[in-house]
Ligand binder design. Structure first.
Ligand SMILES: *[C@@H]1O[C@H](CO)[C@@H](O)[C@H](O)[C@H]1NC(C)=O
Ligand SMILES: *[C@@H]1O[C@H](CO)[C@@H](O)[C@H](O)[C@H]1NC(C)=O
Ligand SMILES: *[C@@H]1O[C@H](CO)[C@@H](O)[C@H](O)[C@H]1NC(C)=O
Ligand SMILES: *[C@@H]1O[C@H](CO)[C@@H](O)[C@H](O)[C@H]1NC(C)=O
Ligand SMILES: *[C@@H]1O[C@H](CO)[C@@H](O)[C@H](O)[C@H]1NC(C)=O
Ligand SMILES: *[C@@H]1O[C@H](CO)[C@@H](O)[C@H](O)[C@H]1NC(C)=O
Length: 631
């Protein structure tokens, strides 16, 4: 995002650079840098530091790396049950010893992991009974070397008297091992169980898929019908939400006299979400209008995130909006600008105090600069790799770009749509690595993506074309992103049109349901030519549903000729039921045994298909579907 943001965004006084500089991270903090690297020819290249690298492989045979999280964050008063998601994967980096004979077989043969989760309570200080006590919440088991751990328990106060709704998270602990009741491994997490929200909305993040559920609190007055009691009326009715839209400029859009009409025009294109680059103090009418029409808003705090007084003032005006889905706390600012780590952490903890009902988002620009620290004060991470029209031989500053030098607009990119996929995959790998050296790992961060819809600034020679825009958005979804927020509106009409069309498909049924409830799986892709190396595909399956969603992107600008086949291990595909997106009709897809194929895939083609399957097979997400959302 670089300097573009400063130019098109709210005119806010730039933070005191002198102070910020002194607190920057990395090396040579007094030299101008981006992502820790110098980019002007008068400075010599040096190792920027902050790389997340694969930890030492300490264990062969691998161990069982156990991590857990509440299945949803947050739970809210009125929810009857809550659950935990558990990952127990074999790892060479860390974990509990696992019998090697079983570990080597992996998968379903990997044995069973038994675990119990406890609520840790702080007991009043003073007297002889100060300290902590534990209450067992739930006990369960799962196949080892899987992400299938899910256990549900009743939130009833009858049973767990100590678990009252609270604005603070509870500490929870998992203990487990090879036998019921064993304590070979321990892991900790935070459990949010909030008081009922009186108005506005709640956004729930599914920690297994990363998908969002958004619910608005009905006003009791409007829902006093029949015998529904007040408590029921105030329970948010949550729906799957894939936010799809743009960061939207204040100057030239939201600040204009015709802003209301322009917002209508934006929404009418099919975009369901926006990140307006403004706040209530200057754009109340516009923001209120977005609430009236139900345009989901990511609320922008990035310009003021270092000033907690300003953050508090802004959040108090925003937090009860029905269309609010999250807060954008820190932009390229944290990692691109090498901001001190504690700035994000302070802002995050203030937000969690003021409004724990909505997630906090960090947009990260760098490919590999202190990812663990910069992603930590965020509930959702959004990388913004803008690859189109970039050059790595010569930046606008007059240097080439590589892993230790230069700024070419997209950090360590190749300058192609596939950069979107590799950036998201990298962050997923960092999530596996964090901890390392035998230390406990962190739960993986839910992700979205920020695709490029602009050019200029001396970095980007051109806009992406519509086909490239679709390819980037679908690549992001294929690689686990659960929302699309593109930089920046107003954009070229072709891109406005292109994103609006795709948004109409991916933010609605049936696609949104698959995306929010399931994690993408990888089909086996085979081909008669090797040009299919550029084919990127993913599929999503839901337990009990005789349909599956498939997304196929040809990241190669050239047509792929020859037979392309997609296979879905464990699923019996009956037919291509519907082509939801793309120019290859359902009838044009071939079926051979269980494989779906085509004889030609145009360059940059994007396809979304709905397949009919038999329900005999279980998806890896099956256990997660037991999660009941309030309402
Ligand atoms: C409380 O626990 C008891 C015994 O485990 C169980 O039978 C009962 O259904 C639980 N109550 C609720 C409301 O879940
Ligand atoms: C929402 O509810 C809270 C808590 O009752 C209250 O303080 C706040 O003023 C309400 N906000 C709106 C916009 O009604
Ligand atoms: C921080 O924000 C407050 C409230 O908007 C403002 O009065 C103050 O001047 C700001 N401080 C700095 C250092 O910018
Ligand atoms: C990057 O380029 C600079 C300048 O040419 C060079 O000194 C440095 O060794 C390069 N770094 C890498 C990792 O290739
Ligand atoms: C593609 O196939 C050709 C012919 O089989 C082979 O020579 C070439 O190495 C392959 N290219 C790649 C990138 O695998
Ligand atoms: C379908 O083909 C038309 C005509 O070539 C093209 O304009 C359109 O962008 C294509 N749509 C998709 C989703 O590829």
């Amino acid at each position: 995002m670089h300097f573009t943001k400063l130019n098109t965004a709210v005119a806010t006084v730039t933070v005191a650079l002198g102070v910020a500089h002194a607190q920057e991270t990395g090396h040579h903090t007094d030299w101008p840098r981006w992502c820790g690297k110098v980019y002007q020819p008068e400075y010599p290249s040096f190792d920027p530091g902050g790389q997340t690298v694969e930890p030492e492989r300490l264990y062969d045979p691998p161990r069982l790396d156990v991590r857990f999280s509440p299945a949803l964050i947050p739970y809210v008063e009125g929810d009857e049950t809550a659950g935990f998601a558990v990952d127990a994967l074999l790892s060479p980096y860390r974990g509990v010893e696992w019998p090697s004979s079983i570990a080597e077989q992996g998968g379903e043969e990997g044995g069973t992991f038994f675990y119990t989760i406890y609520l840790m309570e702080l007991v009043e200080e003073g007297g002889e009974h100060g300290g902590s006590s534990e209450t067992q919440l739930v006990s369960s088991s799962m196949p080892a070397n899987s992400r299938e751990g899910f256990s549900e328990f009743s939130l009833s106060l009858e049973n767990i008297t100590s678990l009252a709704p609270s604005m603070e998270p509870y500490d929870v602990m998992l203990r487990g091992g090879r036998k019921e009741g064993s304590t070979e491994v321990e892991a900790t997490s935070k459990f949010w169980y909030l008081p009922r929200k009186e108005n506005g909305s709640v956004t729930i993040v599914d920690q297994n898929t990363g998908g969002l559920w958004h619910g608005t609190v009905e006003s009791p007055a409007s829902s006093h019908t029949g015998n529904r009691n007040d408590a029921d009326a105030k329970r948010p009715k949550s729906k799957p939400l894939i936010p799809y839209g743009f960061y939207a400029s204040y100057d030239g859009f939201l600040a204009e006299d015709d802003a209301i009409e322009a917002i209508d025009n934006y929404a009418n294109r099919g975009l369901n979400a926006m990140c307006p680059l403004t706040r209530y103090d200057e754009s109340k009418e516009q923001l209120d209008y977005m609430e009236d029409i139900g345009l989901y808003v990511l609320f922008d705090l990035r310009e003021i995130y270092k000033n907690l007084t300003a953050v508090e003032e802004a959040v108090l005006l925003a937090r009860d909006a029905k269309n609010l889905w999250g807060y954008w706390l820190a932009d390229d600012r944290p990692d691109g600008h090498q901001d001190a780590f504690d700035l994000g952490a302070r802002g995050y903890s203030l937000l969690k105090t003021l409004d724990p009902y909505h997630p906090v988002i960090a947009v990260l620009n760098c490919q590999n600069y202190y990812y663990p620290a910069y992603s930590s004060p965020a509930d959702i991470v959004i990388p913004d790799a803008y690859p189109m029209g970039t050059s790595y031989e010569l930046s606008k500053w007059g240097t080439a770009c590589n892993a230790t030098y230069g700024d070419c607009g997209c950090d360590n990119c190749a300058g192609e749509v596939a950069d979107v996929a590799s950036r998201l995959d990298r962050l997923a790998r960092y999530d596996e690595w964090i901890g390392g050296g035998g230390q406990p790992g962190r739960w993986r961060k839910p992700r979205m993506f920020s695709p490029q819809s602009f050019h200029g600034e001396g970095y980007w020679e051109r806009d992406p074309g519509p086909q490239e825009a679709w390819a980037m958005s679908l690549l992001a979804l294929n690689h686990g992103a659960k929302g699309i927020i593109s930089w920046v509106w107003p954009t070229a009409d072709a891109l406005a049109q292109a994103h609006g069309e795709l948004s109409k498909v991916v933010t609605r049924e049936p696609v949104s349901d698959f995306l929010v409830r399931a994690s993408p799986l990888l089909p086996v892709v085979t081909t008669s030519s090797n040009e299919s190396l550029g084919v990127d595909a993913a599929y999503w399956a839901l337990d009990g549903r005789e349909e599956m969603l498939v997304s196929i992107v040809n990241t190669n600008p050239c047509e792929m000729e020859g037979l392309l086949m997609l296979e879905f291990p464990g699923f019996e595909v009956l037919r291509v039921k519907q082509s939801l997106w793309g120019n290859i009709s359902a009838e044009e897809w071939t079926m051979d045994e269980r494989k779906v194929g085509t004889v030609s895939l145009p360059g940059m083609a994007t396809c979304l298909l709905l397949l009919s399957i038999t329900d005999s097979c279980q998806s890896q997400n099956s256990r997660m579907l037991k999660v009941q959302i309030a309402g």
